[in-house]
Design a protein around this ligand. Structure first.
Ligand code: AMP
Ligand code: MN
Ligand code: MN
Ligand code: MN
Length: 279
C-alpha cells in the first residue's frame, strides 16, 4: 500500500490547492494520505471531500510548529478533529504571530535596503492568514534580489541569518496536549533535520516527547536523507515508537520527492496508520 502522511497545500506554504494536491497524490498511486499544512487545518475539509470522491484513504492532519531546546521542532498531528474545541483558536493564534513576525521580517529587509518585502510576500501567499518564510523566499527570487530560491534562505532567512525572526512558538507539551485533546496522534516530523549542537539533545527530545505521550516518529521522510531514515528506524525499534512516513511535498520543482515517493518503512516496525481511522 502506498502511503503518504505528510504533504502541504497552499493553505500553508505549498503551491497546489488541497483539491489539486489530493489529485496529484492519487495520480501518483497514493492510497492513503494525510494533508499536513503548517499550523492550519483549513484545507482538510476540501481535501477529504475530494479524497472521498476518488475513493482514496484520507486522514486529517496538521504540522505544528513548536519550540524546544532552542530549536523549532515540527510535530505532525494525525487523525485529529479540526472542529474539536480549542483547535481553531489555537491555530488562529499561531497564524496571528506569523503575520506579526512577517512585518518584523519586512523591517529587517528594509534595513538591508530591500523595501516592500512584507507586502510582496503577502501578495504571493494564497492564504493571507498563514504567512511563511517561504513566501519571502519566493518574493526575493521574483523581485530579483536572489538568483536562486535556496539563496534566499541561505543568505537571509534560515536560522541564524539576519532576516530570520523567531516566533515564541507553543511548547511541546501544549502541542501534544492539543493533538490528543482533539483525538489525534502526535508524530515527530523529519527527526533527521534538527541540527542540535549535541546528539544527546535529540535523544532528550525523543524522551521528553514520549513522556508527554507522543506516539510516533517519521521514520521515512522526503525531507531527510536515506541514512537518517535508517537511523530513526532503529530509534523507533529501541524506544517503541510507531512509525510514520511522508514525502513532505510542497511544490513541483522543489527538493522533495513526489507524493508517496519517500522510502517505505521497514516491515518490522508498526505503522502509525494502523491506529488511525480513515475514509
Ligand atoms: P516558517 O514556518 O514560516 O518559519 O517556514 C518554515 C518553512 O520554510 C519550512 O517548512 C520549509 O518549507 C522552509 N524552510 C525552512 N528552512 C529552510 C532552509 N534552510 N532551506 C529551504 N527551506 C527552508
Ligand atoms: Mn514548509
Ligand atoms: Mn517540517
Ligand atoms: Mn512539512
Amino acid at each position: 500500500m502506498i502511503i503518504d502522511l505528510h504533504m502541504h497545500s497552499n493553505v500553508s506554504d505549498g503551491s497546489l490547492s488541497p483539491s489539486e494536491l489530493v489529485h496529484l497524490a492519487y495520480d501518483n498511486g497514493v492510497q492513503l494520505m494525510a494533508l499536513t499544512d503548517h499550523d492550519s487545518m483549513d484545507g482538510v475539509h476540501q481535501a477529504s471531500a475530494v479524497a472521498e470522491e476518488l475513493g482514496m484513504g484520507f486522514i486529517p492532519g496538521v504540522e505544528v510548529s513548536t519550540g524546544w531546546g532552542g530549536r523549532v521542532i515540527h510535530i505532525v498531528g494525525l487523525g485529529l478533529d479540526a472542529s474539536a474545541a480549542g483547535v481553531d483558536a489555537f491555530f488562529r493564534d499561531v497564524c496571528t504571530k506569523r503575520d506579526r513576525r512577517g512585518q518584523l521580517i519586512g523591517e529587517r529587509f528594509a534595513s538591508f535596503g530591500i523595501q516592500g518585502a512584507y507586502e510582496g510576500a503577502l501578495s504571493l501567499a494564497d492564504n493571507k492568514d498563514n504567512l511563511s518564510r517561504t513566501h519571502f523566499a519566493r518574493w526575493l527570487l521574483k523581485a530579483g534580489y536572489v538568483s536562486q530560491y535556496q539563496e534566499a534562505f541561505d543568505k537571509y532567512l534560515k536560522t541564524g541569518r539576519p532576516c530570520c525572526v523567531e516566533i515564541d512558538w507553543p511548547g511541546l507539551d501544549e502541542v501534544v496536549e492539543l493533538i490528543h485533546s482533539a483525538g489525534g496522534m502526535a508524530v515527530i516530523a523529519h527527526p533527521g533535520r534538527y541540527a542540535f549542537s549535541e546528539d544527546w539533545m535529540l535523544d532528550e527530545l525523543f524522551k521528553k516527547f514520549q513522556a508527554l505521550g507522543g506516539e510516533a516518529i517519521e521514520v521515512c521522510s522526503g525531507s531527510q536523507t536515506r541514512d537518517a531514515d535508517q537511523k530513526f528506524a532503529e530509534v523507533a525499534r529501541q524506544m517503541g515508537f510507531l512509525a510514520s512516513a511522508g514525502s513532505d511535498w510542497h511544490t513541483h520543482g522543489g527538493a522533495r520527492p513526489l507524493p508517496g515517493h519517500q522510502s517505505p518503512i521497514p516491515e518490522d516496525l508498526t505503522p502509525v496508520w494502523r491506529f488511525l481511522r480513515h475514509l
